[in-house]
Write a protein that binds this ligand. Sequence first.
Ligand code: KIV
Length: 265
Amino acid sequence: MARVTTVSLKERKQAGEKITVLTAYDYPTAKLMEEAGVDVLLVGDSLGMALHGHYDTLGVTMDMMIYHTRMVARAAERALVVGDMPFLSYQVTPEDAVRNAGRFIAEAGARAVKLEGPADKFERAIQAILRAGIPVMGHIGLTPQSVHQIGGYKVQGRTPDARDRLKNEARGLQEIGCFALVLECIPSDLAAEITESLSIPTIGIGAGPSCDGQVLVVHDLLGMGKQPKFAKVYSNVGAAMKQAFTEYVHDVKSGAFPGAEHHVE
Ligand code: KIV
């Protein structure tokens, strides 16, 4: 079983083979994803919202990310584990950026990191991380760590200026050395243009079918929490869990559980 690497992902783009990415935050879920053949397990800072119940991703810390990445990395034999750099882990100084990216690799077992924003803003941080030998995945379009600046979780790249800016950002991140690029919540024709123009793979989320791969937040795919419009619920695990909890409450209250077969003597 060949491991997925940052190099093999680029080869997949050349071969026209789609890349599958899911967010993963814990060992049992990551293990099931691994068994299902998911290529990339992204320990996204979306865990702040999906798992910890925060309003946004801004309160997520490096320690939280390391804690969850360790669990995911233990389950990953074939899949590439990517650690998502949280707010303020790379924005302040390049030294912070390389130290924090290094923690994902050395302490948690990730094999690449992702960060949000264009190369012209974070040039020195990205270069410092790459110089340390750590592969970087870019992320443009809707970048949740800038939610207050962009005025909410909105589709990006609707105006001609915004389209040009995103195309330049995509090119800039490829030129600086990113191995792949997440395109979040941008019109699908723009994502198609960007995908066509790059030699590195694009991974779309709410960016249409032309991207080289797709990523979803696992809780959105499983019907847990409030799904964005672009997500698809593959299995309503949320509803099944609620049903199980409701039946348990009923059975304990009524005395139906534990039954004779659940006793120990
Ligand atoms: O944090 C995250 O999970 C992400 C993906 C949605 C791309 O950045």
